[in-house]
Write a protein that binds this ligand. Structure first.
Ligand code: NBY
Length: 812
């Protein structure tokens, strides 16, 4: 009998009583404990398992639908996923929130207290990792057959705390008490090789045999990724490194050499031990390249296994498979697929290359030249000798093509080469990613344009059709419905139903309510209530937030100069009619990025000086919230009045926090950078505070020769701010920050200072008219529907992936 057709599952609880029974049965049979002896942890695990079952049931139907249709699959390869807390999300997506709340109440518990035990898997650094999470959410919501592949790091992004006003880092042992959301799948484990040497294959000029010097196992587990308002449940499959059974040396153990006995296993397991905190400049650390290859090797074999379950031969592979590379981190997948096809499956080179190129697509997330990954050739040669040979051959054939198109253009050939020669020989991963893929995209209009015109200009000349834009987006479920329930209810009431959660452009209908006084009153009351919940400052003050990774190009230091200027103005005129402001910073700095950590230190020093000042503190408060992560973002975003998006134009690829804040009714003060430009175009110039140089002007200024010192001399308020730092007003902290601004000021902070401060004065004028402000706030929400990740995914699906949805049958 075919189980897939005949037997249905016993129904999962849909009433409070049934849900209670499911809880009990999971408590007894899966937790192995009793009501009398259950701990809070048992309650959390039991509830999670019970909710998970609802998704797992949908997962089974999803798999059946996918199996039946043998569709074209999207495989998203990403070294990072910032999935956020799971319990609250899965209660919502499974539609069990109400009955679960009542069921746990009968045990004397509340959902809120149980949710506090839910630890978010911090398997990413920032925007790139959170984008991956929003895209897999949207792919499931759009019924696209997809698998996200990643690494199951034992330790996620470090925990940040403040010690003496500076950033301290601690380990993030996120799964220390277990993770009820993942399913281990040891049968699908893979074997990965490293090091070793290659040997020729007699009679073949392209095939080689790679004899690795180290073998590591990759063991997958998956987390469920439910769609919203649909029955699709996709998965994210995460690989964890293990030593093989043979890696335990019993004879050494017996001889008392305990550390030596396990050293090989430890070495293997270190591969997935810890997420690299983006150090912005690549230090060429071998372990990171090992992680990348580990992810790629396990994932490609899994993708091929899945393909061969359903198909024969290789010609269909690019028809049935698209592999999206999330930045260059998984780019070794290109030579790895070539190696598998040529060496292991014995395809000839040209056929393998044609398949490979048609299978991959690449998303770039940066414009900073120093953030483009390169690896020293000698590191590659040692760790992945066969891959380096393949890269050399790819490069030789590619450069031949370039020479034919641009005869005699030696400079162009050396710029485009996958191997850079100076100052040392390095593999340029972005070049490899462009050469080995069918489509390349940036993440906002300006970013994609600058990629074509600057960083990847030579490639765009050669293959103009390959380059596309797909503007980023965010999940409205997590960042409006879950984060901001009050606003969600008001929106649903205003629009008449909650269809906007799957069709965010419908928010435009709110525009007509922006003239309704009672609607505005409620809108304002919600913002205030969210500020009360956040509890960082006076809820009636202007809550001004800058929440993102710390990086000089993002210019937290510009915000700081503005704060110091406000401080001076208030001190000079204590009786003035000042707009009370609470400035909230949150974000992590890479542990080795000293300039960014110095800015954090100065923020806290300035905050302390202000807090201790009886004249200024009634009007101005500076708060640094520790350990910014997805959960904290969900609390801050709904409470923000003003969103700081003040990067130097031409540096921020897109930004996604800017979208979350605008969608929740914060007004943006920002430069013409990344997606700010598209936000402004949609919400309207009159509802956006624009200032500063544009990308073109910034580049011109750099070329003409920028002298920050002149701004210091010309602008008394700026001079006063920098002098105050250097005079030790903030506990002697910040000389390094001031020196860097007066020295090179790489990101033109001083050049934009006056425009920024004047624009902040505009902000305060708008704030004084609360009706006007609230209307502007509504218009921001109403016109941000474009920034749904559902739209982003629809764009990828139509223009890059060429995939169609596969609906999953409802359970009857
Ligand atoms: O990707 C961010 C961009 O800065 C932001 O503008 C964009 O909105 C977002 C999504 O497209 N990039 C980003 O978050 N990058 C990283 O987190 C990252 C992580 C690791 C490394 C480099 C960058 N690394 O080299 O290890």
């Amino acid at each position: 009998m075919d189980l897939r057709q005949g037997i249905g599952l016993r129904k999962l609880g849909r009433t409070v009583d049934e849900f209670q029974q499911d809880l009990l049965s999971n408590l007894y049979f899966r937790r192995g404990t009793t009501v009398e002896s259950a701990s809070m942890r048992d309650a959390y695990e039991t509830l999670s398992l019970t909710v998970r079952d609802h998704l797992a049931e949908r997962r089974a139907r999803t798999a059946a639908a996918h199996y039946a249709s043998n569709p074209r699959w999207v495989y998203y390869l990403s070294a990072e996923y910032l999935l956020g807390a799971q319990l609250e999300q899965n209660l919502l997506y499974s539609g069990t929130g109400e009955i679960a709340a009542q069921a746990v109440k009968s045990f004397g518990l509340t959902l809120e207290e149980i949710e506090e035990l839910d630890v978010e898997p911090g398997l990413g650094n920032g925007g790139l990792g959170r984008l991956a999470a929003c895209l897999v959410d949207a792919m499931a919501t759009r019924d696209i057959p997809a698998v996200g592949y990643g690494i199951r790091y034992d330790f996620g992004i470090f925990k940040q705390s403040l010690a003496a006003g500076g950033q301290a880092e601690g380990p993030d042992d996120w799964a220390f008490q277990g993770n009820p959301w993942e399913f281990p799948a040891p049968d699908d484990r893979q074997t990965v090789g490293f090091y070793g040497h290659t040997e020729p294959v007699p009679g073949s000029s392209t095939r080689k045999v790679w004899v690795p010097g180290e073998i590591v196992l990759g063991e997958p587990s998956h987390m469920l990724v439910p769609g919203y308002g649909t029955d699709t449940v996709n998965i994210v499959r995460l690989w964890r490194a293990r030593g093989s059974e043979a890696s335990f040396d019993l004879s050494r153990f017996s001889a008392g050499q305990y550390a030596e006995a396990v050293q090989e296993a430890v070495r293997a397991e270190n591969i997935s031990k810890v997420l690299y905190p983006d150090d912005s400049t690549e230090l060429g650390r071998e372990l990171r390249l090992k992680q990348q290859y580990f992810l790629v090797s396990c994932s490609l074999r899994d993708i091929i296994r899945r393909f061969r379950l359903r198909n024969e031969g290789w010609d269909d592979f690019p028809e049935k498979t698209v592999i999206q590379l999330n930045d260059t981190h998984p780019t070794i997948a290109i030579p790895e697929l070539m190696r598998l096809l040529v060496d292991e499956y014995e395809l000839d080179w040209d056929r393998a290359w044609s398949i490979t190129r048609r299978t991959f697509a690449y998303t770039c997330h940066t414009l900073l030249p120093e953030a483009l990954e390169t690896w020293p050739v000698h590191v590659f040669e040692r760790l992945l000798p066969r891959h380096l040979e393949i890269i050399y051959l790819i490069n030789m054939l590619f450069l031949r093509e370039v020479e034919e198109r641009f005869p005699g253009d030696v400079a162009r050939v050396s710029r485009m080469s996958i191997i850079g020669e100076h100052p040392e020989r390095r593999v340029r991963m972005a070049n490899l990613a462009v050469v080995g893929t069918e489509a390349v995209n940036g993440v906002a209009e300006l970013h994609s344009k600058l990629l074509r015109e600057t960083v990847l200009n030579d490639f765009a000349d050669l293959w103009p059709a390959k380059f596309q834009n797909v503007t980023n987006g965010i999940s409205p479920r997590r960042f409006v419905k879950l984060a901001n329930p009050r606003l969600s209810d008001l929106i649903t009431e205003g629009l008449g139903d909650d269809g906007w959660l799957m069709d965010l452009e419908r928010l435009a209908e709110l525009g007509s309510l922006a003239g309704d006084a009672s609607f505005l009153e409620r809108w304002r009351a919600i913002k205030r209530a969210n500020k009360v919940d956040l509890a960082v400052g006076d809820p009636d003050s202007l809550t001004d937030v800058m929440i993102k990774r710390f990086h000089e190009y993002k210019r937290q230091q510009l915000k700081l100069l503005h704060i110091i200027t406000l401080y001076h103005r208030i001190r000079a005129n204590p009786g003035g009619d000042w707009v009370p402001r609470t400035v909230l910073f949150a974000g992590k700095a890479a542990p080795a990025y000293h300039a960014a950590k110095n800015i954090i230190r100065l923020i806290n020093a300035v905050g302390a000086t202000i807090a201790a000042d009886p004249i200024v503190s009634p009007y101005l408060k500076v708060v640094f919230a520790e350990n910014y992560n997805v959960s904290l973002a969900e609390r801050i975003v709904p409470a923000a009045d003003l969103s700081e998006q003040i990067s130097l134009a031409g540096k921020e690829a897109s930004g996604t926090g800017n979208m979350k804040l605008a969608l929740n009714g914060a007004l943006t003060i920002g430069t013409l950078d990344g997606a700010n430009i598209e936000i402004r175009a949609r919400v309207g110039e009159e509802n956006f505070f624009l200032f500063g140089l544009d990308a073109f002007q910034a580049a011109e200024l750099q070329i003409a020769g920028y002298r920050p010192w002149e701004h210091y001399e010309r602008d008394p308020e700026l001079r006063e701010a920098l002098d105050a730092i250097n005079a030790g007003l903030f506990g002697g902290v910040g000389h390094d920050v001031a020196d860097s601004l007066l020295g090179r000021d790489e990101y033109l902070t001083l050049a934009d200072y006056r425009a920024y401060v004047d624009c902040q004065d505009e902000v305060e004028r708008a704030w004084r008219d609360q009706d006007r402000w609230t209307r502007m706030s509504v218009m921001n929400t109403a016109n941000s529907g474009f920034f749904s990740a559902d739209r982003t995914v629809a764009d990828y699906a139509a223009r890059i992936w060429r995939v169609a949805p596969v609906p999953v049958a409802k359970d009857h």
